[in-house]
Design a protein around this ligand. Structure first.
Ligand code: NAD
Length: 310
């Protein structure tokens, strides 16, 4: 399995580390328009790989080097500076995706390649990459709200004193400020969240839920304020998605992918079954009227921004 990573900054390097540690990949090629940075990363990562799985890691100086890649991960582009929103990156990163996708498509097998998008604003970039690549929508996948969902599960697990693995709760919609927490479908093990709270005599009133939502939506801002950027979470999310694709796991992940047609066409995160062919099905989650309205609003935010750059 050969993986190409385009954009070897903070995120691309973290993704390479997480991917090499899966043990599912025999070759990783790194491309960045800053060739010195890519070569230095390949050296460092190659040394690290000698302590673990046998993975060949190299930097390539042009797109011919990505030939034969089964999956291409795009982590290139401007990141958020403190106080910036993901949508503030729209115009800059649309140019980056417009530069990268045609070059990628000239060097991969369009019949089988899958593209994973990490660049923000993620959902709009998924729409743009889907259009430019002309690939079936299920094979252009953004990590979407996988990370937001992980943040929600982590907070809830601590609040409820159970493992994150036992929390089935999703963040849907935009990977951004209009994301929506689906409280209605949330379960702990096989027990509905409200029932779990009743049985365990835990209080989770609307004010606490609002605070949790706020913490989930603001997690990236807080991390950027404290660390300058975010990388560990997205590295792990990208590697998890990759594992699901490589092993044809058919796990349900909140990834972003284009659905709908015409004016209704939009990419956003919904619970989707992911396997070797990419997104193979999308589920309709149970939502309250407020959550449904929030999801529609989120779709409109994504679509409105896409319309300004397409
Ligand atoms: P960074 O500045 O550290 O690295 C970006 C890299 O992209 C640089 O090395 C740069 O040379 C390269 N690059 C820029 N334009 C390029 C082009 N046209 N071709 C090839 N390489 C190019 O930024 P970062 O912190 O690594 O963030 C990268 C992207 O990932 C940002 O858009 C950021 O918002 C996004 N991100 C997404 C998530 C998520 O959950 N999806 C999480 C964190 C960051």
């Amino acid at each position: 399995m050969k993986i190409a990573i385009i954009g070897i900054g903070t995120v691309g390097s973290a993704v390479a580390t997480a991917v090499k540690n899966t043990g599912f990949v025999h070759e990783i090629v790194l491309f960045d328009r800053d060739g010195v940075r890519a070569r230095a990363a390949a050296e460092d990562l190659g040394h690290a790989a000698s302590f673990g799985f046998d993975v060949k890691i190299s930097a390539v100086s042009n797109y011919r080097g990505i030939r034969g890649s089964d999956i291409v991960i795009i982590a290139a582009g401007a990141n958020q500076k403190p106080g910036e929103t993901r949508m503030d990156l729209l115009n800059k990163n649309a140019e980056v995706i417009k530069d990268i996708i045609p070059r990628v498509m000239s060097n991969v097998d369009a019949k089988k390649v899958k593209i994973i998008i990490l660049t923000n604003p993620l959902d709009v970039m998924v729409m743009l990459a889907t259009k430019l690549s002309k690939l079936p929508s299920g094979r252009v996948i953004g990590t979407g709200t996988m990370l937001d969902t992980a943040r929600l599960r982590t907070i809830l697990a601590r609040q409820l004193d159970v493992s994150t693995q036992s929390i089935n709760a999703y963040v849907l919609g935009e990977h951004g400020d209009s994301s929506v927490v689906d409280w209605t479908s949330a379960t702990v093990g096989a027990v509905a969240l409200d029932d779990f709270c009743k049985q365990m005599k835990i209080s989770l009133p609307a004010t606490t839920r609002n605070t949790i939502e706020h913490r989930v939506r603001n997690a990236a801002y807080e991390i950027i304020r404290g660390r300058g950027a975010t990388w560990d979470g997205i590295g792990a999310a990208a590697a998890d998605l990759l594992r699901c694709l490589i092993n044809d796991e058919h796990r349900i992940l909140t990834v972003s992918s284009v659905s709908g047609a015409g004016n209704e066409m939009v990419a956003m995160s919904l619970p989707r079954i992911v396997g070797a062919n990419g997104v193979v099905a999308t589920l309709k989650p149970k939502l309250s009227a407020t959550e449904s309205a929030g999801l529609r609003r989120s779709g409109k935010v994504i679509r409105k921004n896409y319309d300004t750059i397409s």
